[in-house]
Design a protein around this ligand. Structure first.
Ligand code: BDR
Ligand code: CA
Length: 314
């Protein structure tokens, strides 16, 4: 199994990424760490607990609360895209409390407990990860691989023309992380997610037809984003976060990747959060592997199988 932590701003596809961490037999999910991003922080925490509950694992995986705003800027949400992030779903979560240890300390501790073994799947703004870098000089060396959902190669951002949401919200954190010396794998918004990890209506119908609690959960938590995506001309639901968890757990889903030097714009007037992905010609040392092509049918099959795994909620 693969020891991992998922660092998340839990809403919509973050929930599906958590399902992968919670239910994939290859995953040894050591903790979930929460970071300010998509929606109201308390909603995100509730969404993480809801997801553990539908996975039948409530109370089994520690949930740590992390940074509540970006390093130097005010928090900006994506509530217009995600609503409350879980389709208005409510469940009895009595008795279920997050850990008292801060997410940044948990990340540092878990990495130090098994140096070189822990992978991190970072699917929100990189505030917790950057803060851990700043706090503990050994953190970077203790982490095996950092999987980052963020950035867009050649722009085509989803929050501005230049930027993808996670990097836009906390560009200083993203810049800190790419300069830190981690082994990094990037799942970019464009072209990868946008062109290869969209589930169109026939696929969504198949998922709904599963009739399983997890299939119904998927349909519900993805509904708000589906509506938004359609309004901007995307033909289905987008799955950047679950794809990030999936490529860690199943590297065979990766058809092609390339080494880049990635840096993040913090000062531009129109380009805040832009991911400058520089290939060899600029003479910069590569610091990240960027995934460029996945086996899209296999990724869809993976998610569909995951959603078929539990047939009852108890
Ligand atoms: C990313 O931003 C969020 O809205 C999603 O959860 C995903 O992590 C995509 O840009
Ligand atoms: Ca996310």
């Amino acid at each position: 199994t693969i020891p991992l932590v998922i660092d998340t701003d839990t809403a919509q596809d973050d929930c599906i990424a958590l399902l992968a961490g919670l239910l994939d037999p290859r995953a040894d999910l050591r903790a979930v760490t929460m970071v300010a991003g998509n929606v109201d922080f308390d909603h995100q925490v509730r969404n993480a607990h809801l997801t553990c509950n539908v996975a039948g694992r409530l109370g089994e995986v520690p949930i740590h609360l992390g940074c509540r705003r970006p390093m130097v800027r005010p928090w900006e949400s994506a509530e217009n895209v995600h609503g409350d992030g879980a389709g208005g779903l409510t469940m009895d979560l009595t008795g279920c409390e997050p850990e008292t240890e801060h997410a940044v300390d948990a990340l540092i501790r878990l990495a130090a407990e098994n140096p070189g073994e822990l992978s991190i799947v970072a699917i929100g703004p990189l505030t917790n990860i950057a803060t851990a870098v700043v706090k503990d000089p050994d953190f970077v060396g203790n982490v095996k691989t950092l999987y980052v959902m963020g950035g867009s190669n050649n722009a085509r951002g989803n929050i501005t023309a230049a930027a993808e949401f996670n990097f836009y919200v906390d560009p200083e954190a993203a810049k800190t992380v790419f300069a830190a010396g981690f082994e990094i794998v990037v799942v970019p918004w464009a072209p990868l997610t946008l062109d290869q990890a969209v589930f169109d209506q026939p696929k969504l119908n198949e998922i709904a037809a599963l009739g399983t609690p997890l299939g119904d959960f998927f349909t519900k938590v993805c509904a708000a984003t589906l509506e938004f995506d359609r309004s901007v001309g995307i033909d289905g639901t987008t799955h950047p976060d679950s794809l990030t968890a999936a490529v860690l757990l199943h590297p065979e889903l990766i058809n092609r990747s390339a080494r880049y030097h990635v840096d993040v714009e913090t000062a531009g007037e129109l380009t805040r959060g832009y991911a400058a992905m520089s290939w060899g010609v600029h003479g910069l040392e590569p610091n990240a592997t960027v995934i460029e092509e996945i086996d899209a049918p296999a990724f869809y099959a993976y998610i569909k199988n995951l959603l078929a795994t539990r047939t009852t909620l108890s």
